[in-house]
Design a protein around this ligand. Structure first.
Ligand SMILES: NC(=O)c1ccc[n+]([C@@H]2O[C@H](COP(=O)([O-])OP(=O)(O)OC[C@H]3O[C@@H](n4cnc5c(N)ncnc54)[C@H](O)[C@@H]3O)[C@@H](O)[C@H]2O)c1
Ligand SMILES: [Zn+2]
Length: 360
């Protein structure tokens, strides 16, 4: 049975459909949207050969003309140059403001194709068809689109909400194990900040139910703080301050995003124990759940603490020198704290070295 979660944003509201085998039904799901008769499916060189055909067929069956545009798989495609090239290719196809875009792939494609949709003809509609765990539970919902700059990730972009999200959980079966597992770091994050019970159903195997619960959590937060102005949406950064710093210090390719976030979550739980009263048992539960998905919770000597701290200070979140750190006082609740110092963070990074990770 397919599930449906609503993202409530007034006139920009949209539905997220989650289910096994939904890709072929994309045309039917789109029919009530009156979104137009022509689209371009933007995908990458790995995903397009596997799923491009079904998506195209599903759309054509509903009378929607769909061309597939492919970019090389990988984070490097999330660039202004590729976005600009895609715009030129859309123009060459003769697509105008009455057309729409389908983003078929992981978070890279979602961010890139969403950004192209935001700027093409000053903005045309788009549909997210996420094919990674990370994209299904996180990046396809919320309207953050963009590309990377030389100076850093995601520095050029726009808020542009999709008109529809179609998450086919069957597509996750072709993900390599590492890419599948990394998505669970974000799922465990959602459980830690919003829903303790989610942590108990991770091994149920009921992917549509797990993904749907995560989409509900993300949708609720986005609906309450669409443009990250009240601090609520910032709670989604739990584990990300230290996680991003480790990701950057390690250099591209060493850790997948979710792997670095797993380390960041471990450190943030340790800090939450020390500074916000999180229980030892709760912290251990999060670490055990991360480990169950083969995610790292211990940092090796090849990445130094000073390199992590240097990367952290460069983070745009620290622009004013003020640290706003997400802590979890108990599982299911998060808060934004201004009391976490760089010294505390440094200690937490250092603490990731020890196997037992005992918190002093
Ligand atoms: N917009 C947001 O709110 C938001 C949130 C989190 C992350 N992001 C962004 O998401 C990106 C990471 O997304 P990602 O982890 O999905 O990476 P990705 O899009 O690069 O996908 C990972 C790899 O898996 C391949 N792949 C995708 N689906 C597949 C499938 N079903 N079967 C086999 N292979 C498949 C891709 O080709 C790629 O090589 C980053 O750029 C990050 O900045 C955005
Ligand atoms: Zn993340």
């Amino acid at each position: 049975m397919a599930r449906r979660v609503e993202v409530s944003l007034g006139s920009r509201s949209y539905a997220v459909h989650i289910g096994n085998g939904l890709l072929g039904e994309i045309g039917t799901l789109l029919a009530p949207e009156n979104i137009g008769g022509r689209c371009a499916i933007i995908s990458d060189s790995t995903v397009a050969p596997i799923y491009g055909g079904s998506a195209q067929k599903g759309l054509r069956e509903s009378g929607i003309d769909a061309e597939i545009l492919t970019v090389p798989a990988g984070e490097n495609s999330k660039s202004m140059a590729v976005a600009s090239d895609l715009c030129e290719r859309l123009l060459a196809l003769g697509l105008d403001r009455s057309a729409f875009i389908v983003a078929l792939g992981g978070g890279v494609i979602g961010d890139l194709a969403g950004f192209v949709a935001a700027i093409y003809y000053r903005g045309i509609p788009y549909v997210q068809v996420p094919t990674t765990v990370l994209a299904q539970v996180d990046s396809s919902v919320g309207g953050k689109t963009g590309v990377n700059a030389r100076g850093g990730k995601n520095l050029i972009g726009a808020f542009h909400q999709p008109r529809l999200v179609v998450a086919d959980t069957a597509t996750l079966r072709t993900l390599p194990a590492r890419e599948y597992n990394e998505g669970f770091a974000e799922i465990i994050k959602h459980g830690a900040i919003r829903d303790r019970a989610l942590l108990d159903v991770l091994d149920s195997g009921d992917l549509p139910a797990i993904i749907a619960r995560n989409v509900e959590i993300k949708a609720e937060i986005v609906a309450a703080d669409e443009h990250e102005t009240t601090g609520l949406r910032a709670l989604l950064n739990f584990g990300h301050t230290i996680g991003h710093a480790i990701e950057n210090a390690a250099g591209y390719g060493r850790f997948l995003h979710g792997e670095a976030i797993s380390l960041g979550l471990t450190a943030a739980c340790n800090l939450s124990m020390r500074l916000a009263g999180l229980s030892r048992a709760a912290r251990d539960l999060v670490v055990a759940k991360l480990s169950a998905f083969q995610l790292p919770t211990q940092l090796g000597p090849e990445i130094t603490t000073s390199a992590v701290m240097t990367a952290l200070r460069r983070d745009k979140k620290f622009a004013g020198g003020e640290v706003r750190f997400v802590l979890v006082p108990e599982l299911g609740t998060a808060l934004l704290s201004a009391d976490v110092t760089l010294r505390d963070i440094e200690h937490a990074v250092e603490e990731l070295r020890s196997p037992a990770q005992s918190v002093s």
